[in-house]
Write a protein that binds this ligand. Structure first.
Ligand SMILES: [Zn+2]
Length: 89
């Protein structure tokens, strides 16, 4: 898996945890940006995965579904904390 947009050190990684838990495993998360941003990062796929997509021919769906392996994603980051707010493939 190739991940575009990786940083050696995102700003949010400098925020210390204020809730006492290093990694929260459930929502809701209150007031702890550190855990919130870590959870966002943890939701980013780190390995190749497969998606089903409609097969297209001349820009029209053929009605068939094809399976494609996703090997590269691009991260979107917030401007303030450089937290991961989403990703696309
Ligand atoms: Zn926390």
């Amino acid at each position: 898996m190739k991940i575009n947009g990786l940083l050696d050190h995102a700003r949010y990684e400098s925020i210390s945890c204020s809730c006492g838990k290093e990694v929260m495993d459930s929502f809701p998360i209150k007031e702890c940006l550190s855990c919130k941003f870590k959870q966002c990062w943890n939701s980013v796929p780190q390995k190749n995965f497969k998606v089903n997509e409609p097969e297209m021919k001349n820009d029209k769906p053929t009605g068939k579904t094809i399976t494609r392996e996703v090997k590269e994603i691009t991260l979107f980051r917030g401007s303030k904390f450089q937290d991961v707010i989403g990703w696309s493939y």
